[in-house]
Design a protein around this ligand. Structure first.
Ligand code: MRU
Length: 353
């Protein structure tokens, strides 16, 4: 990986860029202190960047992996010529193993694999690049549609809580949960966003508050544990989150702490919205119990901002996602529309349309 040449404009909506025939991603590990792009030169570097959270967020992982397949095809063509296809299995495997929970990764790789299967023996790069761009642009366009659908549910002005980062940084652009918030803010339906800091990786503190501030949307950062007190004081109309995988029955995997928020919301009479493209819905996963939950290194908890906070010798349990049962979800917003009280039947009906 190397740093990008000058010329790219740093913006949350520009987090993944195919520029000058190369792949650049905004390094989310160092935001907001530093705004720096990294160039990814191969599928292996792309898989490493996804695993190391240079780029994160379910749709963004899928889009980046699609471009990683383009890099793999470029190398396979230059090394093997017409036998390029024989060089694709290993990079596809590396990309698929980068992170386990976000189904958008596997969805995007399936799109690329389907195209690979249909290509001839000639140079595959142009066709694969066009498909990666299509996945990227479709995601950004879907998010804008979701923004409108989700905003229409909010009869504000009200305050909302969001968790983790489901913004432009986490997607092909505009954001899912933050896309709804951006649209609703423009329409005067949201007066303030309370962003959970999102321990341990601090996506809320570092990324969501950066994005909202960039847009001029009033944001207050709060500890994850403050959400109950915030709801008890009144004024919160909605909790709005994204998702990494939605099972066929409507159970929602999202950043650890989302389930707790959903329970709190139901107790306090606050409505709970999940905004996610249909590429996040996994019809092959029957229920939330079947969703693989990523466990990351305990050091993420035992340290904070590079400083050791846990006692040496103490272990940490660090599942980075949890599952919110469908019955706690008031509205599921996709690019196809809104499902109130999602369940197996209404999700299947929506996917079939
Ligand atoms: O571990 P992360 O930062 O990749 O987790 C991201 C989330 O949990 C997001 O809420 C989810 O991917 C939706 S992003 C539109």
């Amino acid at each position: 990986m190397s740093e990008t040449p000058s010329g790219l404009i740093v913006s949350p909506d520009n987090a993944i860029v195919w520029y000058d025939d190369a792949l650049f991603v905004l390094d989310q590990r160092i935001l907001p202190a530093e705004e720096r792009y990294l160039q990814l030169g191969s599928a292996k570097e792309t898989a490493d960047a996804i695993r190391d959270m240079v780029v994160r967020g379910a749709p963004a992982i899928g889009v980046t992996a699609a471009y990683g397949v383009v890099l793999a095809a470029r190398r396979a063509w230059s090394e093997r010529g017409h036998a390029w296809r024989s060089g694709m299995d290993e990079p596809l495997r590396l990309l698929a193993e980068s992170r386990p929970t976000a189904v958008n990764l596997f969805w995007a790789l399936d799109c690329m694999r389907a195209l690979i299967d249909g290509l001839g023996a000639g140079d595959p790069e142009a066709a694969l690049l066009a498909e990666a761009r299509r996945i990227h642009q479709r995601d950004a366009a879907d998010n804008r549609r979701m923004g409108e659908f989700g905003a229409s549910l909010i009869s504000g002005p009200t305050e909302v809580i969001t968790h983790c980062n489901a913004g432009a940084l986490a997607t092909g652009g505009y954001g899912t949960a933050l896309g709804v918030i951006r649209s609703a803010w423009r329409q005067g339906r949201i007066s303030r966003v309370f962003a959970d800091e999102t321990r341990p990786w601090l996506q809320g503190a570092r990324l969501t508050s950066w994005e909202l501030h960039h847009d001029g949307i009033p944001v207050s950062l709060q500890t994850d544990a403050a959400a109950a007190a915030r709801m008890a004081r009144g004024g919160i109309g909605w909790v709005i989150v994204g998702s990494d995988r939605i099972a066929a029955n409507g159970d929602v995997a999202n950043k650890i702490g989302t389930y707790a928020l959903a329970v709190l919301a139901r107790y306090h009479g606050v409505r709970f919205m999940v905004a996610a493209p249909t590429s996040t819905i996994d019809p092959d996963t029957a229920s939330g119990a079947d969703i693989p939950i990523e466990q990351r290194a305990g050091d993420e908890i035992l340290s904070c901002a590079g400083q050791r906070v846990g006692t040496r010798g103490v272990e940490a349990w660090n599942p980075v996602f949890d599952v919110t049962p469908a019955k706690l979800v008031d509205a599921l917003v996709t690019e196809k529309g809104v499902i109130e009280q999602p369940n197996r039947e209404n999700i299947a009906t929506m996917l079939a349309t």
